[in-house]
Write a new protein. Structure first.
Length: 314
């Protein structure tokens, strides 16, 4: 059984890297989204993406927000801050991860730090690609060089919990547009941007057609069982990871974290997009975010911040 501090570092290392990749991709899409669009439409589209990241969109202008999201380490969800935190967590569990994993994460950290010292200018796309590809490479190296035991399962749990919460929050920003109030007010470019923000445009076109329709986009990113960025896919992988951790730790089946993740997965397995959209999509997605927060708390209670009496045999 892993020490709780080791489980904590692995869990957060994975969450921080997933968050850095998600933020970098959204910034890249946001910078391209406003090309050839009216100023008002551009502003609303960019604000929508930035709001999903918790950034103060429109407060200081677009370029300062890009710099904030990418490099401001005082903002804990910025790309640079997330990569730095992931590296620090990896350093604390150096004995649990492979040498290749450490080298790749350290290389990504050094590249991001080097980019901080240069003028951003029109290099936003390049910076974003460095981060996205760096995280993808780390994930592949992890799967190929780290034993798929309890530590690897904590990485999976952190990764997919972060992904489920981030995708739900991003969808909510589009379905409940504070500027227009109705999802139909968004044009096709907005929905294409949403798909691109989740690296899901090609997958969507293969599943449906090149015709981008709001209800289909919502179904694909929320309920599709095979799209790697959908909330349902993430919930399924999260439940599998938590089940595996329970087996490794000798906990009885049906622990709180496992039950909560199973409940989230089941609600998505049997969800219908027309019912969600006709009822209250904001309430539904807020419920998904709330369940993700509850799962996080249950993971901590069960595997990280448990009392010493819980760990000792009777």
């Amino acid at each position: 059984m892993l020490l709780s501090r080791v489980a904590d570092s692995l869990y957060w290392m994975s969450r921080y890297l997933e968050r850095a990749e998600h933020t970098a991709r959204l910034i890249d899409v946001a910078r391209e989204l406003g090309l050839d669009r009216a100023a008002a439409a551009r502003s609303r589209a960019i604000d929508r993406l930035y709001n999903s990241l918790g950034l103060p969109a429109g407060a200081e202008g677009e370029q300062p927000l890009v710099t904030l999201a990418l490099f401001d380490t005082s903002h804990r969800n910025s790309v640079a801050a997330c990569v730095m935190s992931a590296r620090e967590n990896a350093r604390q569990v150096r004995e649990e991860i492979s040498t290749h994993m450490w080298e790749q994460l350290n290389d990504l950290f050094l590249r991001v730090r080097g980019l901080q010292d240069t003028s951003l200018g029109g290099r936003t796309h390049y910076v974003s690609r460095v981060v996205v590809e760096g995280v993808h490479l780390f994930t592949g190296i992890t799967d190929a060089t780290m034993g798929h035991s309890e530590g690897w399962q904590h990485l999976q749990a952190g990764r997919f919990l972060e992904r489920a919460a981030a995708t739900a929050k991003l969808l909510d920003a589009f379905l409940v547009d504070t500027a227009d109030a109705e999802p139909d007010a968004l044009d096709q470019a907005d929905w294409v941007a949403l798909l691109r923000s989740c690296s899901a445009l090609e997958g969507y076109c293969r599943r449906y057609t090149a015709e981008v329709r709001p209800e289909r986009v919502t179904e694909f990113l929320l309920l599709d069982a095979e799209c790697p960025r959908s909330v349902r896919f993430a919930a399924t992988c999260l439940e599998a990871a938590l089940r595996a951790i329970a087996r490794y730790t000798g906990q009885t089946s049906g622990g709180r974290a496992e039950r909560l993740s199973g409940r989230l997965r089941a609600s998505l397995d049997y969800g219908q997009v027309d019912e969600i959209l006709n009822d209250d999509p904001h309430a539904y997605l807020t419920g998904v975010s709330r369940q993700c927060a509850q799962i996080h708390a249950a993971v901590y209670q069960s595997y990280i911040s448990y009392s010493i009496e819980t760990a000792l045999p009777a």
